[in-house]
Design a protein around this ligand. Sequence first.
Ligand code: HEC
Length: 116
Amino acid sequence: MSRSSTLLALLSFSMLSPLPVLAAEAANPTYARSLAATCFTCHGTDGRSVDGVPPSLAGQNRDYLLQQMREFRNGKRPATIMHQHALGYTDEQLALIAGYFAGVAPGPAARAPAAR
Ligand code: HEC
C-alpha cells in the first residue's frame, strides 16, 4: 500500500470511529432511559420499587448510585444478583443510568388498578 493510501485508510477509519455516535447517544435522554429500563423489572418503573424491595433508585444521589454499581461490578459490595447485572455496562453507561435515576422524583410504585 502506498503511503497516501495508508493515510487515506487511517483517515476514513477515524471518520468511522464510534466516538461521535456515543457522544450523540449520551446527549440523548431517550438513550439514558432505555438503559435504565433494564432495571425497572426489579427496581420498579422509573426506579420506584414496590415496598422498597429491592431498594428504590428514584431520586437517589447520583454519585451514590454510580459508586454502588462500580462496587457491585468489582466485587467490593457483596450481592445476590447485582454483581452479575453490573458487569454488562461501561462506566459511561453507568453514569447515564445513575443520572437518570437521580433525576426521577421519588414516589410510590405504580400499582396495577384493583380488579373490580
Ligand atoms: C433481577 C433483578 C434486578 C435487576 C434487573 C436490577 N437489580 Fe439492582 N438490585 C437487585 C437486588 C436483589 C438488590 C439488592 C442487592 C443484591 O442482593 O444483589 C439490588 C440493589 C441495587 C442497588 C443498591 C441500592 C442501595 O440502596 O444501596 C443499586 C444501586 C442497584 N441495585 C442498581 C440497579 C441498576 C442501576 C440496575 C439496572 C442497570 C439494576 N439495579 C437492575 C435486583 C435487581
